[in-house]
Design a protein around this ligand. Structure first.
Ligand SMILES: NC(=O)C1=CN([C@@H]2O[C@H](COP(=O)(O)OP(=O)(O)OC[C@H]3O[C@@H](n4cnc5c(N)ncnc54)[C@H](O)[C@@H]3O)[C@@H](O)[C@H]2O)C=CC1
Ligand SMILES: C[N+](C)(C)CCCC(=O)O
Length: 500
């Protein structure tokens, strides 16, 4: 893989073939055991086969978990400051190789190179941030009568499993592994079978930075491999990013051995635009909320509520800007929207758009489709939607923005909250009291005021309702990757309570 990265500077879509093994445990890449059941992985931008992915079976999953356990025993005994030093070195290497990793991520996922570079920057920043926290992990000292006392220790959980989605492959691996490793855990990570290629690069970088062999491992596979991981008695925690139905299964499987779980699930987030907004910012915010990574973003603000008085001018602008988004080969510098993950996913997204055309009595779908190489990308604004339309109720996970008019704050809050999801939300207004009141009353894990989809690593991220629970990023995530032990110390004699 190192060779592949070196050969990347001249790479363009349609050229790279990955032949290296994509599993990693015990400190090195591991050849698939049987070399059977190969699943082709395609380059989204061209539809070309990029490599074969061989799903890991029980024996391989056992090996990866065993190797993680061995590394955990060493790593968890190191001082936080020692762990921090290794993590900072890994962050430095990612930063140094940022452009090449970003290129491979484009080939892996289909997003534009501009966005992929941001993802890789967020990735090394995540490692730096949690390296900074590793040395600060501490407990509390509690005084008790007679000189006795108690103290708490913040301890690692053990072997944590990370299960990733295909929309931010490298970044998700960092969002999960950085806090896990900072707390002294080891991780076995399973990327999505659609984006099998970049997680192993992270494993190599951790190794190069000096983590013990087995600390960060990659097993390839889909639902079956994921099931083996979630049912494994040697796993203490599962952190999952993906769809709600799979999240529910993961919770069920984890319940059998009472594993801790973090679930980052889907969304159908509302973005509320009041008539007193700064219109230019609101329009840009609506694009940010809908079209990053071809719309394949869990926290996207796909239900855009616009106060009726400004609907015509908002729509005119937003449609004009949407049509001007440069769709194309994702490795070209000018491209701002690349390819959807697979042909099947594109068909699913197009299905939502044609369903909207059928369901809409008054709305106008503004629909544009572009062909890039063998694959396709598209985007659509659907105006004057009603809350009961399928495109307004269900997660589309594509570049489709649904726009609805509203009249009052009270009404829009009710409509915005009328969903089983609760990942994110947004509001554009110049009225600061209204902004904070709306933020308080929206039932979602994040509310963006006068912007959207800004998520620096310092800021906790996670859902309400069926969008999941647990947080990623921010200081609080330490609590989801560690456990608190209480030690009670008697300085006097034990009471003769039983008087015997
Ligand atoms: N919230 C988010 O960030 C994401 C939401 N989605 C939504 O889900 C839809 C389907 O996409 P998928 O990739 O099929 O999502 P998914 O939720 O099925 O897959 C996500 C991850 O879970 C793994 N997985 C699947 N079944 C599993 C099981 N039974 N046990 C353990 N692991 C399992 C997959 O291999 C993958 O690594 C998308 O169209 C989109 O609407 C997809 C990806 C990310
Ligand atoms: C980076 N951000 C905020 C645009 C999206 C991250 C959440 C996801 O995995 O979809």
């Amino acid at each position: 893989m190192a060779q592949l990265l070196e050969s990347m500077p001249g790479a363009s879509t349609g050229q790279v073939v990955v032949t290296d093994h994509l599993n990693f445990w015990g400190g090195c890449r591991v050849k698939p055991k049987d070399g059977i059941n190969a699943e082709p992985v395609h380059e989204p931008a061209t539809g070309r086969k990029l490599c074969d992915m061989f799903p890991c079976g029980k024996e391989e999953v056992d090996q990866a978990i065993q190797s993680a356990h061995t590394a955990y025993l060493k790593w968890s005994k190191m001082a936080g400051m020692e762990r921090a030093r290794v993590m900072l070195e890994a962050a430095r290497i990612i930063r140094e190789r940022r452009d090449n990793i970003a290129k491979l991520e484009v080939i892996n996922n289909g997003k534009s190179i501009t966005e992929a570079r941001v993802d890789i920057d967020v990735s090394w920043q995540t490692l730096e941030y949690y390296a900074g926290i590793a040395g600060t992990l501490a407990g509390q000292h509690i005084q008790l009568p007679g000189g006795s006392f108690a103290y708490t220790r913040r301890e690692a959980l053990g072997v944590c499993v990370g299960i990733g989605a295909w929309n931010y492959p490298f970044q998700i691996a960092c969002w999960k592994s950085a806090p896990a490793l900072a707390c002294g855990n080891a991780m076995v990570f399973k990327p999505s079978p659609f984006t099998a290629v970049t997680a192993v690069i992270l494993a190599e970088i951790y190794k190069e930075a000096g983590v013990p062999d087995g600390l960060f491992n990659v097993v390839q596979g889909g639902a079956e491999t994921g099931t083996l991981l979630c049912n494994h008695p040697g796993v203490a925690k599962v952190s999952f990013t993906g769809s709600v139905p799979t999240g529910k299964k993961i919770m069920e499987m984890s319940a059998k051995t009472v594993k801790q779980v973090t679930l980052e699930l889907g969304g159908k987030s509302p973005l509320i635009i009041f008539k007193d907004c700064e219109l230019e910012n609101a329009v840009r915010g609506a694009l940010m909320a809908n079209f990053l990574t071809q719309g394949e973003v869990c926290c996207n603000g796909t239900r855009v509520y616009v106060q009726r008085e400004i609907m015509p001018v908002f729509l005119e602008e937003v449609v004009k800007r949407t049509k001007a988004i440069r769709i194309g080969d994702p490795l070209l510098e000018n491209t701002r929207m690349g390819a959807l993950i697979t042909r099947q996913h594109l068909d699913k997204v197009l299905g939502f758009v044609s369903q909207a055309k059928k369901e809409s009595m008054t709305g106008t779908p503004h629909f544009v489709s572009n062909f890039i190489c063998n694959s396709t990308s598209m985007y659509s604004n659907i105006d004057n939607c009603t809350d009961d339309m399928t495109c307004v109720k269900e997660e589309i996970f594509g570049p489709v923005m649904s726009v609805m008019p509203f009249d009052t704050e009270e009404e829009v809050l009710k409509r915005a909250n009328n969903t089983t999801f609760g990942l994110a939300s947004g509001v554009f207004t110049r009225d600061i009291s209204r902004a904070h009141r709306v933020a308080e009353n929206l039932q979602a894990g994040t509310c963006f005021i006068n912007n959207y989809n800004i998520s620096p690593v310092e800021v906790p991220f996670g859902g309400y309702k069926q969008s999941g629970f647990g947080k990623e990023n921010g200081q609080v995530t330490i609590e989801y990757y560690s456990q608190l032990k209480t030690v009670v110390v008697e300085m006097g004699d034990v009471d003769d309570y039983f008087n015997c």
